[in-house]
Design a protein around this ligand. Structure first.
Ligand SMILES: Cc1cc2nc3c(=O)[nH]c(=O)nc-3n(C[C@H](O)[C@H](O)[C@H](O)COP(=O)(O)OP(=O)(O)OC[C@H]3O[C@@H](n4cnc5c(N)ncnc54)[C@H](O)[C@@H]3O)c2cc1C
Length: 412
């Protein structure tokens, strides 16, 4: 496989923009064309549910400086939706009818927030959070004293709740599970987040589903009706019930998709190649045959988008290097900061805790057999390298040392 003359990247998010920069870092001198639906140049999403909602900044972290694209000869076409991939012709077509030929294609179309099918879900004023414009619109409504109802207590729901409380809003979070982040962290650790938000003044409505949304005569959302027949009046309503990979284009082109059970997304092999020659994928859409886990892994995290974007550049240029990094995630809520490494099943794996849950300074390990599958450090920052080594390596686990010993000695 020789070096391509023209590489097209669909999606101007973190994965796509990192890949474009990495192509130039590797000395690639051919054409690089980025096509993206967004009107803004590529930016990172984490600040959207943190600094921007808190009013600390109006700007996200931009992936590259504004002048980088011209300076590095990366053609960036914003506000451009790609509507078709023609595999046989080796081209994509944008909605304005323009044909864009490629030698290699990178699909980095990310995810979009799920909009549940229920009454009132299309009422005006209902907030979903994915883009910079979404975050700015939500921020503009988070004035002190307003009643904010958030549907969904995953990471984004929890971060929005924290920001809204810090802005002085009255916040209620509705979640059908018994605790926030329950499926991700299991009951013992989820309890920590429950208590944190409760102490900060969030009202939890747990173990109850949402029936629909109510509106006024002008068609604006004014409340959330729950499965138990009650209704929560709201001035600001946010739906944060997860995201779905944007695979419509790939699906229409006949590329192989991963099954819903394994998290959906676009099937890619160890090297991030799709089922079609010359077509690759990275970031939120990529359901990757992960060599460490022996099954497909699709990760909706910042680090994966960035690392896969950088990694896939080498393979777009003819390399065949497997992508092997374990997932890594971070979150900030009030004064709590955390990092999560690996893939754990808190319903099945054994939990080992080091530190103090009540003080919210601890590391939680999820252990399967004699391996650490996942590690969550909360307000403890000194052992990152050891945690990565434990999650990545074939290291036999001594549970006593995990709980209370020298972690560095475990990883050699
Ligand atoms: C509010 C928020 C906060 C987050 N905070 C954290 C965090 O704290 N820590 C963490 O680890 N992760 C966080 N994440 C997740 C992380 O940011 C994402 O996993 C990452 O940005 C995914 O990057 P991506 O490039 O794959 O997709 P995206 O960033 O979604 O980019 C995909 C781009 O493709 C474009 N696109 C899609 N279809 C087309 C088309 N047909 N034509 C043209 N363009 C198209 C989209 O408009 C979009 O710009 C957060 C996500 C959100 C939404």
């Amino acid at each position: 496989m020789g070096e391509p003359r023209r590489i097209v990247i669909v999606g101007t998010g973190l994965a796509g923009a990192t890949a474009a920069g990495a192509l130039r870092d590797k000395g690639y001198t051919g054409e690089v064309l980025m096509l993206g639906q967004e009107a803004h140049r590529p930016y990172e999403l984490p600040a959207l549910s943190k600094g921007i909602l808190l009013g600390q900044t109006d700007e996200p972290d931009w992936v590259h400086d504004e002048d980088t694209y011209a300076r590095r000869d990366i053609e960036l076409r914003l506000s451009t939706v790609v509507s078709e991939i023609r595999l046989a012709a080796h081209e994509v077509v944008s909605e304005d009818g323009t044909h864009h030929p490629f030698d290699r294609l990178l699909l980095a179309t990310g995810s979009q927030p799920r909009r549940p099918v229920m009454t009132g879900v299309h009422l005006d004023g209902l907030h979903l959070l994915r883009t910079l414009d979404d975050a700015r619109a939500l921020r503009a409504e988070l004035d002190a004293g307003r009643r904010v109802v958030i549907v969904g207590a995953g990471w984004i729901g929890c971060e929005v709740a924290a920001a809204a409380r810090r802005n002085g809003c009255e916040v209620t979070v509705v979640e059908p599970m018994p605790l926030p982040l329950y499926r991700i962290l299991g009951d013992t650790i989820a309890e920590v987040f429950h208590d944190l938000h409760a102490e900060e003044g969030v009202t939890w409505k747990l173990g109850v589903g949402v029936f629909g949304f109510t509106g006024d005569e002008a068609g604006r959302v004014t409340g959330v009706s729950l499965d138990d027949g009650s209704e929560l009046p709201s001035d600001v309503t946010v739906v944060a019930v997860g995201a779905a990979p944007r695979v419509e284009l790939a699906h229409a082109a006949g590329l192989e998709l991963a099954g819903a059970v394994s998290g959906g997304g676009l099937d890619v092999d160890e090297c991030l190649r799709t089922s079609a020659p010359d077509v690759y994928a990275a970031g939120d859409i990529a359901a990757h045959a992960h060599p460490r886990y022996g099954h497909r892994v699709r990760v909706e995290h910042w680090a994966t988008a960035k690392d896969q974007g950088a990694h896939v550049a080498g393979n777009l240029l003819g390399g065949a290097e497997p992508y092997t990094a374990s997932p890594y995630f971070f979150s900030d809520q009030y004064d709590l900061g955390l990092e999560f490494r690996g893939i754990a099943d808190p319903m099945a794996d054994e939990l080992v805790v080091r530190g103090d849950l009540r003080a919210r300074e601890f590391i939680a390990f999820w252990v399967r057999g004699d391996e650490v599958r996942g590690a969550l450090n909360v307000n403890m920052w000194d052992d990152g390298d050891a945690l990565s080594a434990l999650v990545d390596g074939d290291i036999r686990v001594d549970r006593t040392k995990l709980a209370d010993g020298d972690l560095a000695s475990l990883v050699g």
